[in-house]
Design a protein around this ligand. Structure first.
Ligand code: G4P
Ligand code: NA
Ligand code: NA
Length: 194
């Protein structure tokens, strides 16, 4: 098991066969020392990709993205889910369907911070059905920037997200890949079994 898989086994709570609660270090309380390791892992995996900027989405993507940005020495931009009071001109938007909430939501970034030709690494906390990830990729495409890949903290490999991203030709790097889970335990994809 890698350092994240170990942490998930120690602190994660399996709420159902599809939902994992990781409030102790990622989705509510944040463990900065641990998140710094996550950031370094992303930096290492994408060190040959000449990344100019990281794009994530509020709120839980921000912590891993910032630590990756610190290690890679690049700025971090987060897409907003709600309209901002001060951010209203030159917006690029994409529509994201939420399976859990069964609703369509707009996400947005300002054209000021996402520029043509920039090489973008997209980071998020979870990869489930991939709708948020595809929405982020759309923002990058609309800005005429380039998606260099996806850095995911926890991938639920039994949901379709990875497949959707790979079908579009994207590189996906997930630090933990959950193959299956139940209140009895969690199993991960191992590098050898891929
Ligand atoms: P999906 O369609 O791609 O599956 O995403 P969905 O809208 O269902 O996800 C809704 C939220 O739940 C997202 O965060 C997503 O990161 C998170 N999520 C999805 N699966 C899990 C899971 O198994 N465990 C946990 N802890 N989170 C999961 P969000 O609502 O945008 O919240 P946040 O980023 O502000 O935390
Ligand atoms: Na979340
Ligand atoms: Na998220």
């Amino acid at each position: 098991m890698n350092f994240l898989e170990k942490k998930i086994c120690e602190e994660g709570i399996v709420l159902s066969s599809t939902v994992l609660k990781v409030d102790s270090f990622l989705n509510h309380q944040i463990d900065p020392r641990f998140m710094k390791e996550i950031g370094s892992e992303f930096a290492d995996r994408f060190k040959s990709s000449n990344i100019d900027k990281i794009l994530t989405i509020e709120s839980s993507g921000i912590a891993p993205a910032v630590f990756a940005g610190l290690d890679m020495d690049v700025p971090v931009l987060f897409a907003r889910k709600r309209k901002s009071l001060t951010l209203n001109e030159g917006l690029i938007t994409a529509s994201v369907y939420s399976y859990t909430k069964q609703e369509q939501n707009e996400i947005s970034v300002s054209t000021k911070w996402l520029n043509p030709g920039e090489r973008i690494l997209i980071i998020d906390d979870f990869l489930a059905h991939g709708e948020a990830a595809l929405g982020l990729a759309q923002l990058v495409q609309k800005a005429e920037a380039h998606v260099c890949g996806f850095g995911i903290v926890i991938e639920k490999s039994f949901q379709a997200g990875r497949q959707k991203l790979e079908n579009q030709g994207y590189r996906v790097e997930s630090i933990a890949r959950i193959r299956e889970m139940s209140p009895k335990g969690i199993s991960f994809w191992k590098e050898e079994s891929e």
